[in-house]
Design a protein around this ligand. Structure first.
Ligand code: P6P
Length: 339
């Protein structure tokens, strides 16, 4: 029965993630539903991971598991759990050909062109910013979806596509609430998990990032290792009343930048000359989201992140991402210093 004007507003206006996925599929008559199934697997994974994050201290799954991942970073127990959850839920979807995770050196080839319905590759960082867990800080999952390239000489070559080829991208932020933000290339939608009904409820439709915002987000502990142009930009920002906000988790910092405006930076440093953040499953998905919301995402002057042709699924890139006016200001300082 349709909700009428006397229904409680939640019922009247309730749009869930599942509903939005099906509504977007309905707008594409040629769609087979494979992408919808894939997105619903990500939604279920998000709910499971969120429940583990909420109960981490209680279930004593905090702290390092004693091993380290392909990045040489100490794996937190929840990294491993989140990785397993995603591998299992996505692995069951017949449309998924290949899965690549920050936590695994090699991609997992689940299906090939012989398996008829193998249509997509999914890359993800299962628990971005996981070191925040011990101090109850925000963490997140970042995902990127590419078409499986049946013509690729080797299955994993399907993964080495530029970010502009992404079919969909998004993140889940596990903070005071659990937020699911994604795009399939026609705008950005944001949902918040309502634990009372176990569904992600639509809260932002076709989200637009503010054109500007006097806020920058960078680890200033690395400042002395930044190229001169970045240091000149920080001098400019600090002399012009900018605020500094840094959560130490890309998902939290980019989420705030999307909603409030500003710029998130992870520059090259002397320790990490190519930057720290990974192109395929951190920078590319965030770049697609921010560009879809009207923002900019560059690795440096004239270097659009989504145009980068990858050579390795774990390669890193500098990141300058956020409001168009603010990204332009960073680039102006880099160009003025000859960076
Ligand atoms: P730093 C988390 O480890 C991460 O990969 C991103 O989520 C975050 O933006 C960055 O690294 C933080 O790095 O060097 O400031 O601790």
């Amino acid at each position: 029965m349709p909700a009428d004007s006397k229904s409680p507003s939640l019922v009247r206006d309730l749009v869930t993630l599942q509903g939005q996925i099906l509504a977007q599929q309905a707008r594409h008559p040629e769609a087979t539903g494979t992408l919808s199934w894939l997105l619903s697997a990500l939604s279920i994974s998000a709910k499971i991971i969120a429940s583990h994050v909420r109960r981490a201290r209680l279930e004593d799954v905090l702290g390092a598991v004693g091993s380290s991942n392909v990045q040489g970073e100490q794996q937190q127990k929840l990294d491993v759990i989140a990785n397993e959850v995603l591998l299992r839920t996505l692995g069951r979807r017949e449309g998924v050909a290949i899965i690549a995770s920050e936590e695994n050196e090699e991609p997992m080839i689940l299906r090939t062109e012989k398996d008829g319905k193998a249509r997509y590759c999914v890359l993800f960082d299962p628990l971005d910013g996981s070191s925040n867990l011990d101090v109850c800080g925000a963490v997140g999952t970042i995902f990127s979806i590419l078409r499986y390239d049946r013509r690729a000489a080797h299955a994993e070559d399907s993964l080495l596509q530029p970010g502009s080829s992404q079919v969909a991208a998004g993140y889940i932020l596990y903070g005071p609430s659990t937020v699911f933000t994604f795009t399939i290339g026609n705008g950005v939608d944001m949902f918040v998990l309502d634990p009372a009904i176990g569904a992600f409820v639509h809260v932002e439709r076709e989200l637009r990032i503010p054109a500007s915002g006097k806020s920058y987000s960078v680890n200033e502990g690395n400042r002395l290792g930044f190229p001169a142009g970045y240091q000149a930009y920080l001098d400019f920002a600090q002399n012009n009343g900018y605020s500094s906000r840094y959560a130490g988790a890309m998902v939290a910092d980019v989420h705030r930048t999307l909603l409030k405006g500003g710029v998130f930076l992870y520059p090259p440093t002397t320790k990490a000359p190519a930057g720290k953040l990974r192109l395929m499953y951190e920078a590319n998905p965030m770049a697609m989201l921010v560009e879809q919301a009207g923002g900019k995402a560059l690795a440096g002057p004239g270097q659009r992140i989504l145009d980068e042709r990858p050579t390795n699924i774990h390669q890193r890139t500098p990141v300058i991402i956020g409001s168009p006016d603010e990204v332009d200001l960073v680039i102006q300082h880099l160009q003025a210093s000859g960076a």
